[in-house]
Design a protein. Structure first.
Length: 168
């Protein structure tokens, strides 16, 4: 009760309050700086970009009129590390896919990062995974490649992947 009486009889006003407020603010900012520096040192869980590449760096399918051609695509990160369990989706670019085929999807497998895709021209008659259809006046065209990374990973495919060049 005595301290309550002191509070009511104190005639100083709020003279002591600002310095206490400044001290509390300084201590709070210093604590926040220490906490953010500690959190900055922890490893971050960033997403890793994936892409496709071929063994000889030539994503070209040539002269499909004489039969089919197989292209081996590897799913890797930007640093070149293998990515297993991804899906490779091949869609139309400037080359169309034959017979209303909208896309071809093929998985890499859980212990492998490669996909073998067979290409053929619509007139060659062979059975293949991807059948291209070039217009009569078209000598070269492209097919787009997308990667669907494994769902239980931090891999993403946000950047454009190299296109497959199809030549007549």
């Amino acid at each position: 009760m005595r301290s309550l009486k002191k509070l009511w009889t104190d005639n100083r006003g709020i003279e002591g309050l600002p310095i206490r407020l400044v001290i509390a603010l300084v201590v709070g900012v210093a604590s926040l700086a220490i906490m953010t520096s500690i959190l900055g040192g922890l490893p971050q869980f960033d997403n890793t970009e994936v892409t496709v590449q071929v063994e000889d760096d030539q994503m070209t399918v040539e002269d499909l009129t004489s039969g089919s051609e197989t292209l081996t695509l590897e799913v890797v990160t930007d640093e070149g590390e293998e990515v297993n369990g991804a899906q490779v989706v091949i869609t139309e670019g400037t080359a169309s896919l034959y017979d209303d085929q909208s896309a071809h999807t093929e998985g890499t497998g859980d212990d492998d990062n490669t996909v073998d895709v067979d290409f053929q021209d619509e007139e060659s008659g062979d059975s293949a995974d991807v059948v291209t259809d070039l217009r009569e006046d078209q000598d070269t065209a492209t097919l787009k490649v997308e990667v669907q990374p494994p769902t239980d990973s931090n891999y993403v495919d946000e950047q454009e992947n190299p296109e497959i060049l199809v030549t007549a």
